[in-house]
Design a protein. Structure first.
Length: 277
């Protein structure tokens, strides 16, 4: 079920990205997760989209940033009524790391200039079913378990649903807030304040509503219209009509119904009301 904007919490990827937009707060959260100091962040880019070719698969990172030493991608992950296998988290982590590498290493640069990378998944469920509070992965030699590749990458999956007694003390406050929204200390208080401020941001509300267009059901309808017309322009026109519909609904006082686009009848009713084919 799609949430209304005012219902979003830190456990929703869109809200997570926006709340982490503050450099100081983002750095403090990263330090809590990694249990080490993080340098001054150059820029925090929520919902950063990468697309390198017109036919290549685009990718959107929930929170992308870097300091002088490393690149960081932090993802908030819910099951969203899917089996965990369907999320393909291991291969997604591989793709996200390669995306950051490609973005940083422009033509003519040496591989030595490639910074370290950290891909972090904050999961509201146990991603591997082993009961650990977190799962950290690095590349090592199968023949010699003490020999690491040392390519500078690490992928960490945080199990925010872990049993409380298994959660390290440094992660308890953050895990509890992600699970329950309960403020228990300074860090969770600051995150909660950032979430409340984000909910008041009308520009972000509009952005969230428009991003609902990327819902699989809505996009599939746009693709079906394009195929029926027999040309790629049909798909683009279909998506353009949906953007027009959203703008009309916001202006007409029906913005609260955008979150219900997953229900086909609501979508049809709104199209008819505003004369969008």
């Amino acid at each position: 079920m799609v949430k209304r904007y005012e219902e979003l919490t830190i456990s929703d990827d869109f809200m997570f990205g926006k709340a982490m937009g503050d450099k100081v707060l983002c750095r403090d959260v990263l330090e809590r997760l990694l249990e080490e100091k993080v340098g001054e962040l150059e820029d925090v880019q929520p919902q950063r989209e990468f697309r390198y070719t017109s036919c290549g698969k685009p990718v959107r990172l929930d929170m992308y940033t870097r300091d002088k030493k490393r690149m960081y991608d932090a993802e908030m992950q819910n099951l969203n009524h899917q089996p965990v296998e369907k999320l393909e988290l291991p291969k997604r982590s591989r793709f996200y790391q390669s995306t950051m590498d490609t973005d940083h290493l422009s033509k003519g640069k040496s591989y030595r200039e490639l910074p370290e990378g950290r891909v972090l998944f904050l999961c509201t469920f146990d991603p591997f079913g082993r009961g650990y509070a977190k799962y950290s992965f690095q590349n090592l030699c199968k023949e010699d378990r003490e020999l690491y590749l040392k390519d500078g990458t690490e992928k960490i999956f945080y199990n925010c649903a872990a049993e409380p007694e298994k959660v390290p003390e440094n992660l308890r406050e953050l895990y509890d807030y992600i699970r329950t929204g309960k403020v228990e200390g300074d860090l969770s208080r600051r995150i909660d304040e950032a979430v409340r401020m984000a909910r008041k941001n009308e520009e972000w509300r509009s952005e969230y509503m428009k991003e609902l267009l990327h819902d699989d059901d809505v996009r599939e309808e746009g693709r079906a219209e394009g195929r029926a017309e027999g040309r790629a322009e049909g798909r683009e026109e279909g998506e353009g009509q949906l953007v027009k519909l959203i703008n009309s609904m916001i202006a007409g006082g029906d913005g609260d119904k955008i979150a219900l686009f997953g229900e086909t009848e609501i979508l049809k009713t709104m199209k008819k009301k505003y004369g969008i084919n």
